[in-house]
Design a binder for this molecule. Structure first.
Ligand SMILES: Cc1cc2nc3c(=O)[nH]c(=O)nc-3n(C[C@H](O)[C@H](O)[C@H](O)COP(=O)(O)OP(=O)(O)OC[C@H]3O[C@@H](n4cnc5c(N)ncnc54)[C@H](O)[C@@H]3O)c2cc1C
Length: 449
């Protein structure tokens, strides 16, 4: 056994980092998971992002739909389902065809993660922020973290950066890109919220699509009349939520410059809450069925869609997504569209029509695509993987790979890779994605639908 503190340190306990820690812990690694919040889940909990996306697939061969993702993602869903904290619902949004998604109760997700981490023997350090890293020659030796009790330093054989922003990779000098090529602007941020006390039966009248139409037609009319001074001309995303009387809203949007400084994040937090207040007040005033509704919850942290993307041994491109690229070292897969919100304004650049439009050509994959392990391996690094929304992609591919289902499987693959290095002593940079894929198993099994 090495005299380092841990076999693996994971920074960031979002969907990706938590899965990485669980997967490595299950393989006997001594794992430390460092997280600035007091719980796991990242955007899924602190950001109140819902529902889970990335698993839906319509098999072009059979026309049937089903789940594309397995492993820890499927386990998390199954545990939530048993708890009554997962609700599968269907809706029409970007297509003429119906999609399904899984809405989940984020309070239960925190508990599910705690249990899975404890079962895997992972040590967690909450309320702890990454400060510095000791790194040279592509080898990370230790990280300094700020805790309530002061600064602490931990060493490890391997490191996984799951901060979403590639904070650790950037501290270690890894090459990163930010936002779109022409001006560095990123997809907008949003503060998520939920309304409770809704007469859901009345608002939905049998289908979420009805609720969306009702809310949005009234919203457009209110904007035209000047009844609401909302900064963007965008639709209101209404989603199911597994609690009586509660619906979830993805409707605010801010900015375009990367949310990578305290000042920028602070501006975003205040503006996000201002927009939530405008919308929550308006919904109660203007939409039948919301007469007794109230602001049930609001994200503890602003939702950040995009900041840094690390430069890895392979950079996934828009074409890879659209063509449905497959790789020998493919360790995760998805058929999720290039869900590109306009960095400068409102609405999705992928959407062919104002509302409910079909996804434009060049944004919809022809079949599911795979993500190679090389996207997680920052160029020139020996013992560091980036497993989070900051994996190596271009700005467009990022808009497809950034969702929580997909990233849970990306994180799991990183944990499996670390498990393999522990068995044979090779550095992470030499682990072949094909071996990780073989261990994950489900990627080569028949789809079954
Ligand atoms: C507004 C919005 C809407 C979205 N809608 C959907 C949706 O409907 N469905 C879907 O599936 N996906 C959606 N996404 C995308 C998805 O939520 C994120 O891309 C995904 O959660 C990223 O997972 P992650 O594990 O890479 O990072 P995150 O979820 O961001 O987790 C990163 C974790 O690292 C921690 N961390 C960061 N920096 C540090 C540090 N320096 N020190 C210590 N800890 C640190 C954070 O606190 C966090 O817990 C949406 C995103 C946004 C912002």
């Amino acid at each position: 056994m090495s005299n380092l503190d841990y076999d693996l340190i994971v920074i960031g306990a979002g969907p990706a980092g938590t899965a990485a820690a669980i997967a490595a812990g299950r393989r006997g690694c001594r794992v430390l998971l460092v997280e600035q919040n007091g719980y796991c889940g990242g955007m899924a909990t602190a950001g109140l992002v819902n529902p889970l996306l990335g698993s839906f697939y319509r098999n072009p061969q059979t026309g049937r739909t089903g789940d594309l993702l397995g492993g820890i993602y499927a386990e998390v869903c199954s545990r939530l389902r048993k708890q009554g904290a997962l609700l599968r619902f269907s809706y029409r949004v970007h297509e003429e065809e119906e999609y399904f998604s899984d809405a989940f109760d984020d309070a239960w997700l925190r508990i599910v993660y705690d249990r899975m981490l404890a079962e895997a023997g992972v040590a967690t350090l909450f309320h702890t922020q990454l400060l510095e890293a000791d790194c040279s020659g592509g080898q990370v030796r230790s990280v300094q973290v700020a805790t309530k009790g002061g600064v602490a330093e931990f060493s490890a054989t391997a490191f996984v950066d799951s901060t979403g922003d590639a904070d650790l990779a950037a501290l270690c000098g890894a090459g990163c890109d930010i936002g779109r090529e022409e001006d560095g602007l990123c997809q907008p941020c949003s503060t998520m919220f939920r309304m409770g006390g809704i007469d859901k039966q009345r608002v939905m009248a049998g289908s979420l699509n009805n609720a969306r139409l009702e809310v949005n037609s009234r919203f457009s009319a209110a904007r035209e009349r000047g009844d609401i001074d909302f900064p963007f001309k965008a639709g209101i995303g209404v989603y199911e939520f597994p609690r009586p009387g509660v619906l979830h809203f993805n409707a605010t949007r801010m900015g375009g410059a990367a949310a990578l400084t305290g000042r920028r994040l602070s501006e975003l937090e205040v503006e996000g809450r201002r927009q939530v207040a405008l919308l929550a007040d308006w919904l109660v005033r203007a939409v039948p069925g919301f007469d007794h509704a109230f602001l049930e919850s609001m994200a503890a942290r602003v939702g950040v869609r995009e900041t840094r993307r690390v430069r890895g041994r392979y950079t996934m491109t828009r074409q890879d997504v659209v063509e449905g690229a497959r790789f020998d070292d493919g360790i995760a897969r998805s058929a999720y569209i290039i869900d590109m919100h306009d960095p400068k304004g409102a609405g999705g650049l992928h959407s062919g029509k104002e509302r409910g439009g079909a996804v434009k050509k060049g944004f919809r994959p022809k079949r599911y695509y795979e993500i190679p392990l090389r996207c997680l391996q920052p160029a020139g690094f020996v013992n560091l993987l980036v497993a989070c929304r900051a994996i190596s992609t271009d700005h467009y591919a990022h808009a497809a790979t950034r969702v929580m289902g997909t990233l849970t499987t990306v994180g799991e693959a990183a944990g499996v890779a670390v498990g393999l290095t522990r068995n044979d002593g090779r550095p992470l940079s030499e682990i072949d994605g094909a071996a990780v894929r073989a261990e994950l198993g489900y990627l080569d099994a028949p789809l079954g639908f």
